[in-house]
Write a protein that binds this ligand. Structure first.
Ligand code: HEM
Length: 405
């Protein structure tokens, strides 16, 4: 890593989690590209300008997604490695290898009809609401937003519900990346879960994502299928959970939404889009490595150094607009851009809005127990993720319940 002109700013720890916008404001003082630390001793450049982000994301001749040279400089227990290490999947590859993996994932998701996805999400939502509806209180992160996509993905992969706890803890630990031990153990647990799942589907195919990947004309090997499932679960679950909980926290703390729960103005769709612009679930990602030394927006970056894109910082400063949260309907980078932009954007939007609508229609007087500006956020350089979302509501007795048995 080349020496920085100024000290890197940490993107880990409680201060960044509690107030990322202040950190982004400090980073913008460096220009479009700023030096950061992702974990103690792990440096990177972060693109914080909207124009520079688009320049990087569309320039595949200069920028590669292949992390193999970079990762050789890291100790094997580096806490951000599970998120950034090379794998045979679309995120880590360029050109035809990227396209082959990406197309297999796109085609597998295309097998799921939107009405089935909506029904599956509603089923997962009802299962969870039923567990806490009679109590009159819940933590909507732990009890709802995080398990909803997990239950759904378990359904979509043809996995029995009782296995879902083996998925949730390792996924969270990987994204938080706070200690090397925790991150590596989480990575190993997650891999073991997915390897078993693919081996089961190898023996017994079904109408599910894993079987469609196994039978895809790209001819993926068993290991390659495991890697695409691993990515789908990791890339799909955490950001979708964060999209749901961040949007719910907005709806429950802003009168314009609150009135809509009782038949008024703004909808779940509006809340989701507010989150995408102002608190994108993937806050800082888009790992790229220059194929050769470059001068990029005034910064000299050597070949194979790590450069990330701050979707969160870039979103709040599109060219010509003042910094800060936005309420306009303009473009944003929450799904990234260019050849590696999220390929599952529409299904993810459908899952998030269905999950929110299902909850707010069943429990229509949800109230936050603490103000939104005091809600705790989870540490970690990559995400914008609430730690808890405590609410109360009028308990709904098990009989008669508004949902089917
Ligand atoms: C059904 C849920 C989802 C699935 C299965 C999914 C899957 C994927 C996959 C496979 C990629 C890699 C694409 C490539 O490299 O060509 C990707 C990229 C991405 N996804 Fe999603 N995604 C989901 C939901 C979300 C959500 C809710 C967000 C946040 C708004 C999101 C944001 C992104 C971003 C920013 C990227 C670019 C990755 C990067 O920064 O390197 N995704 N997604």
């Amino acid at each position: 890593m080349s020496p920085y002109l100024r000290p890197p700013i940490p993107l880990y720890g409680a201060d960044f989690a509690a107030d990322p916008q202040t950190v982004y404001a400090a980073l913008r003082r460096y220009g479009q590209v700023a030096p950061v630390e992702l974990a103690p001793g792990v440096g990177a450049y972060l693109v914080v300008g909207y124009r520079a982000a688009l320049d990087l994301l569309h320039d595949t001749a200069t920028w590669s997604k292949d992390s193999r040279v970079w990762q050789q400089s890291l100790p094997p227990d580096c806490p951000v490695l599970p998120m950034l290490m090379w794998r045979p999947n679309p995120l880590s590859n360029d050109g035809p290898a990227h396209q082959r993996y990406r197309q297999a994932i796109i085609d597998a998701f295309a097998m799921i009809e939107p009405h089935e996805l909506r029904a599956g999400t509603a089923r997962a939502a009802d299962t969870l609401i039923r567990r806490f509806a009679a109590t009159g209180s819940a933590d909507l992160v732990a009890d709802y937003a995080r398990p909803v996509p997990l239950l759904l993905f378990n359904q979509l992969c043809g996995v029995p519900e009782e296995h879902h706890d083996r998925l949730v803890a390792p996924l969270a630990a990987m994204v938080e990346a706070t200690s090397p031990d925790q991150a590596n153990r989480a990575g190993a647990d997650f891999l073991a879960y997915v390897t078993e799942l693919v081996a089961r589907k190898q023996r017994h195919r079904g109408p599910d994502l894993v079987s469609w990947l196994l039978d895809h004309p790209a001819g993926l090997s068993t290991e390659e299928v495991a890697d695409q499932v691993l990515l789908t679960l990791a890339a799909g679950n955490e950001p979708t959970a964060n999209l749901i909980s961040n949007a719910l926290s907005r709806m429950l703390s802003d009168d314009r939404y609150y009135s809509s729960l009782a038949g008024g103005a703004l909808t779940a769709w509006d809340a989701v889009h507010d989150v995408l612009r102002n608190e994108p679930p993937m806050a800082n990602f888009g790992a790229h490595f220059p194929r050769h030394a470059v001068d990029f927006h005034g910064v000299r970056i050597e070949a194979h150094e790590l450069v990330l894109v701050s979707y969160a910082a870039a979103n709040t400063t599109p060219d010509g607009l003042p910094p800060g949260p936005r309420t306009d309907g303009g473009a944003h980078l929450a799904w990234s851009a260019g050849p590696h932009a999220c390929p599952v954007k529409n299904p993810a939007l459908l899952i998030a809005t269905t999950a929110i609508e299902q909850l707010t229609s069943q429990l229509c007087d949800l109230e936050l127990t603490i103000p939104r500006n005091q809600l705790p956020w989870r540490p970690g350089p990559f995400h914008t993720a609430l730690a808890h979302l405590p609410v109360t509501f009028t308990p709904v007795p098990p009989e008669p319940a508004p949902w089917p048995r």
